[in-house]
Design a protein around this ligand. Sequence first.
Ligand SMILES: *Cc1c(COP(=O)(O)O)cnc(C)c1O
Length: 358
Amino acid sequence: MPRPTAATIHTDALRHNLAQVRQRAPRSRVMAVVKADGYGHGLERVARALSGADAFGVAALSDAERLRAAGLSQPIVLLSGFDAADDIPQLRQLNVETVVHHGTQLNMLEQASAVGPIRCWLKIDTGMHRLGFAPEEVRDAYARLLAMPAVDPDVVLMNHFASSDEFDNRQTRHQLQVFADATAGLPGARSLANSAAVLGWPDAHADWVRPGGALYGISVVGGTTGGDFGLRPAMTLETRLIAVNRIRKGERIGYSATWECPEDMPVGVAAIGYGDGYPRHVPAGTPVLIGSAQAQIIGRVSMDLMTIDLRGHPAAQPGDRVVLWGEGLPVEAVASAAGTIGYEPVCSITRRVRFIEA
Ligand SMILES: *Cc1c(COP(=O)(O)O)cnc(C)c1O
């Protein structure tokens, strides 16, 4: 028997979520962001399911290589840009578009040969202060790009939001204004919106939206889940109970004996732990599903196993299905117990977990 720990990827949910994004941003083209191995769902499988997207966004040239090897011919955009002159011939060979966010990249492109112009997305730092040209540098950078034989004159203008997950946020309104001012009068398509801006900032939809999380059914908007926006979880992480033990009142469960049984009680042991990517530092009380009923983790999550309070589940027995997140238990609930956002746990699944495509 293979280990029962498995991540099922629901390709119909991916397609449903893409359709939801299109409904919310009907005048925009959609770049499906598939960086970090498709947010942990599997790059090729996600891209095939989302082949109706207008482009794919990746963070590494190696991901673009994998998409081309898988036969995907859509436009691909390298979101963090290239970082060495050697990357330029590869951009051409793979027909990959690149973000340009720094003067060193302009210098490398100026040195590059003219054959096969490269499509560039000029990134403007409108206030997040991670990547991008300062607003006052934009016109000069734009003019330099247009003058380069190595660059396609159809340059896209983009920025990235720091706080679009708050739908009434002053910084986001400010970033929108800085972007409008910095790009006023320049021709070219515009792209501003990540998932949260697709959901909550219609003024930012522009020509291209760039959702990642929403396509996987995950919301980063505080206190919400993807389901609140009509999205469906694209991953179900599950395992099985491999033991049900009766433990006496006053006995303590697991490493460092952090949880004490308040009465004689059944404790379930599930075959999943931080070695599978489940967050180790979730507190007791973090929810799981036994079948379709909610139960709670008790004690420390260990490498291969976790322990579950089965007092409300008298019929539970070894072999029963345990769902860690998915339909019926949003990953956002586990993430918030772990002090993080839903993106992190899905990106953290390890290689020993079986992936099943459904
Ligand atoms: C990751 C990323 C996105 C997607 O962000 P989500 O919150 O997952 O929608 C969009 N644009 C850029 C530049 C990114 O790096």
